[in-house]
Design a protein around this ligand. Structure first.
Ligand SMILES: CN(C)C(=N)NCCC[C@H](N)C(=O)O
Length: 288
């Protein structure tokens, strides 16, 4: 099984993560708290209360973990394509796989990555939602002191299953949308690249950026449900399950609730995924 796709996926995931984390914090807060009037209001309040560091809350942990998840995604995707089409990454420009094969391989990558992603994503969301200023003398400490303390507290208070809160919503969110992600990327690359040639860096950047947007636009409704289910039990509303979360969110806040965070998600998705695909392609090219 070729492993370089896993390593390239890890490096590119880490680069994308640093670039995208401030956008991600604003998105998570908009989706789960109703104290903000919009993106700018959320950014201003975060900056005033928590300084620039507020945007980077919960990042140390995902930089190690989400990068591993990206490595699983790209590694499984590439190896699934190898199984389906018997072509390696380098052979795929001369013998391009069908969009159906790309979609299936993307869904397989999306499905398997959620097993690693679920607990990491839960911890990230819980830490990002702590809006207390940095602990100073006299101010009460935040509920979670960091990722390890957060994981230990969830285990203690909610049991091992607590770490997988929202995992179903995550699986439903990621399986089809990662199929869409890779199909969009390949389709855009093929549109502007002569047959048999490698796409230029500009093409990779643009195709990667739009692939990110396409996947996040389709993922946003379930992203909202997933974030709410992950926050449930923390003084926020408890849900009976995924359907209950969808129905009660729609009843209380209207259908627009499923598009919360769409603008910030798309603004984040372009640069993050442009960098992910560029560094991924670059590394695989450099390793020959
Ligand atoms: C749920 N969706 C839509 C995705 N995971 N899409 C792939 C993007 C991967 C990248 N790490 C990012 O966070 O944008």
């Amino acid at each position: 099984m070729p492993v370089e796709e896993f390593v390239a996926g890890w490096v590119s995931g880490a680069l994308g993560l640093v670039l995208g984390h401030p956008f991600d914090t604003v998105k998570v807060r908009l989706q789960t708290q109703s104290t903000y009037r919009g993106i700018i209001d959320c950014m201003v309040k975060t900056y005033r209360r928590e300084s620039v560091l507020g945007f980077f809350k919960g990042m140390s942990f995902p930089i190690a973990s989400i990068a591993v998840v990206n490595s699983v995604l790209f590694g499984v995707y590439s190896n699934a394509l190898l199984l389906l089409t018997a072509t390696s990454h380098h052979e795929r420009r001369l013998q391009p796989p069908s969009y159906m094969h790309i979609f299936i391989a993307g869904c397989a990558g999306g499905f398997l990555q959620t097993y690693c992603l679920a607990p990491f994503d839960l911890i990230k969301v819980r830490l990002q939602n702590q809006t207390e200023p940095r602990a100073g003398r006299g101010s009460p400490p935040p509920r979670y002191r960091g990722p390890v303390h957060c994981a230990a507290s969830i285990l203690q208070e909610e049991g091992p299953r607590g770490l997988f809160r929202g995992a179903w919503a995550l699986t439903l969110r990621d399986t089809p949308t990662l199929g869409i992600y890779f199909v969009t990327y390949e389709w855009l690359c093929r549109q502007s690249t002569p047959e048999g040639q490698n796409p230029s860096s500009t093409t990779v950047l643009v195709a990667g950026g739009f692939a990110g947007i396409a996947s996040w636009v389709t993922a946003t409704p379930l992203d909202v449900v997933k974030s709410r289910m992950q926050m449930a039990g923390l003084g926020q509303r408890e849900y009976q399950g995924l359907l209950d979360c969808m129905v009660s969110s729609a009843r209380q806040e209207g259908l627009g609730v499923f598009f919360r965070g769409l603008t910030i998600n798309s603004a984040r998705a372009f640069p993050v995924n442009a960098v992910i695909f560029l560094s991924y392609e670059y590394l695989l090219h450099a390793w020959g």
